[in-house]
Design a binder for this molecule. Structure first.
Ligand code: HEM
Length: 475
């Protein structure tokens, strides 16, 4: 198997002086090899455009990046970088980082060349995924009725929180998905705790999500932000005696820290993603009355007594289009993948520049891809890619063109595909149906802004959610 050194040292074998006799041969060989090297380097390196900078060591870019990363328009702020080309690079402090929205590159990272990237190679991740996957095997396909209790509670929370006919749906969606995920993990919902415990869990969760968001932004400099305030007082061993999911993890791991990590992993994966999807769905629905009316018409075909079946939900194709449109096309919930590092020094790891020539990435190069920008690509999604238009999914052609896991990455792809995609879609669909059935007059609260997509403020923690919440009028 070739290694980084093999790859780099190969040319040396034929251009070394020992391979040639006489000085003329030597000069000739060196000239040819120098020319080839220049052609090779020019071909592979200059095709990757870079972000222009003005100050020495590109300090102006560093300044700008930190301004953007901690603003409420992080992703829109990064758009000029991603608009430079499908694949571009940035020079900072003499180091080069690469970023891409090219579907072929994303597919290489997520699936076809997965093992060549640090995440693909990470043994702890593989073990953790396998453990969680085995736990989920016992939870078969979710029926909508598994969510009935939680949606009933969501509806009563909506009615409790409504003042003068107006309510912010965003925090309630986060409560709903915290309940469904804790039910899955611990056999009882978060809402079954007493008020004090409930608030403590929710606040600590939000605090941890905020902390993760900061650390993701800091990337290699994450060590600069390492807060020590984490919850310890709930005692995992005690919980492990009581609940099946935890007992199984405990049996495998025999380490309370590892068990806690796995639980947190699933809690984070399960709560924020689906809550963000639901928040954005309602955010856009009330801003697009025609879409809302069309969806309500479709939903009028299903029973209103909570006894909706899985098959009935699956027939609601326009609902699925709306979820597709809210999830990856407009605001993907995991919009900016953290940097990954190649394990080898080679031009052959799946990457291409916009011109489709192979890209030479040095070992350890920081690379990133942005689903936020991928899902706004006009090339794939059309000139109106930034509009909320669920119809684009209706014919089924778009999904074929975009290719899941390459140009369309809703639940990730390859070996890191979401472990609960079906659960999440059922959970979200059922909630949308029941809320629309309960509140047929739902609309955008008068006076609330209806800006073009992307102009809204976005809160970036683990995923993205609308900063201003999802204010709706119900009557
Ligand atoms: C709209 C809702 C959801 C979306 C869009 C979504 C998307 C994703 C994505 C993109 C990943 C890959 C993360 C990575 O590799 O860095 C992922 C992983 C995962 N998801 Fe989901 N997810 C959703 C809901 C859920 C729910 C409800 C659960 C469980 C209750 C869940 C469980 C998981 C788990 C356990 C992983 C980790 C897999 C691994 O470690 O490889 N997800 N999901």
């Amino acid at each position: 198997m070739s290694t980084a050194n093999d790859t780099v040292s190969m040319p040396g074998a034929w251009w070394s002086p020992q391979s040639h006799s006489g000085s003329l041969g030597l000069v000739f060989a060196r000239t040819v090899s120098a020319t080839l090297l220049i052609v090779f380097t020019t071909y592979f390196w200059t095709v990757i455009p870079y972000v222009p900078y003005k100050w020495p060591l590109a300090l102006d870019l560093l300044k700008r990046q930190y301004e953007i990363l901690f603003s409420e328009r992080t992703f829109e702020g990064l758009t000029p970088y991603f608009n430079i080309a499908g694949t571009a690079c940035i020079h900072l402090f003499g180091a080069t980082g690469y970023f891409t929205t090219d579907p072929d590159n994303i597919e290489a990272i997520l699936s076809t060349k997965f093992e060549d990237y640090t995440l693909g190679n990470g043994h702890p991740w593989k073990k953790s995924r396998e453990l969680i996957r085995r736990q989920f095997v016992r939870v078969y396909q979710q029926s909508p009725q598994d969510f009935t209790q939680h949606v009933d509670e969501l509806l009563s929370r909506i009615s409790e929180e409504t003042v003068d006919g107006v309510v912010d749906l965003k925090p309630l969606m986060f409560e709903y998905t915290l309940n469904t995920t804790t039910m899955l993990l611990f056999g009882e919902p978060h809402s079954s705790m007493n008020r004090e415990e409930r608030d403590a869990v929710r606040d600590n969760f939000d605090y941890a999500a905020f902390g993760c968001g900061i650390r993701v932004r800091l990337a290699d400099a994450a060590f600069l932000y390492n807060p020590s305030k984490y919850m310890d007082e709930y005692g995992e061993e005690a919980a492990a005696e009581k609940y099946a999911f935890i007992v199984d993890l405990w049996k495998e791991m025999q380490d309370s820290n590892l068990v806690r990590e796995q639980l947190l992993h699933v809690l984070v994966a399960g709560r924020d993603s689906t809550a963000a999807l639901l928040s954005w769905t309602f955010f856009h629905l009330v801003r697009n009355p025609d879409v809302l009316a069309k969806l309500q018409k479709e939903i009028s075909s299903v029973p209103t007594d909570a006894k909706i079946t899985r098959e009935e939900i699956k027939k609601l194709t326009y609902l699925r289009c709306c979820l597709n449109e809210s999830n990856p096309t407009l605001i993907p919930h995991t919009p900016y993948e953290p940097p990954l590092h190649q394990k080898s020094y080679s031009p052959a790891y799946g990457w291409r520049s916009r011109q489709k020539s192979p890209v030479l990435l040095p070992k350890g190069a920081g690379i990133a891809f942005s689903l936020y920008h991928l899902h706004r690509s006009e090339e794939i999604y059309g000139p109106d890619s930034r509009k909320f238009r669920p119809e684009r999914w209706e014919s089924g052609e778009l999904i074929k063109k975009a290719r899941p896991g390459a140009g369309y990455v809703d639940f990730n792809g390859g070996p890191r595909l979401c472990l609960r995609k079906d659960f999440a879609l059922m959970e979200a669909s059922y909630a949308v149906i029941r809320v629309l059935q309960a509140y047929p007059k739902i609309h955008l609260t008068p006076g609330v802004k209806n800006e073009p997509v992307g102009a809204e403020r976005q809160t970036y923690t683990i995923g993205l959610s609308p900063t201003e919440g999802v204010l709706v009028s119900l009557t």
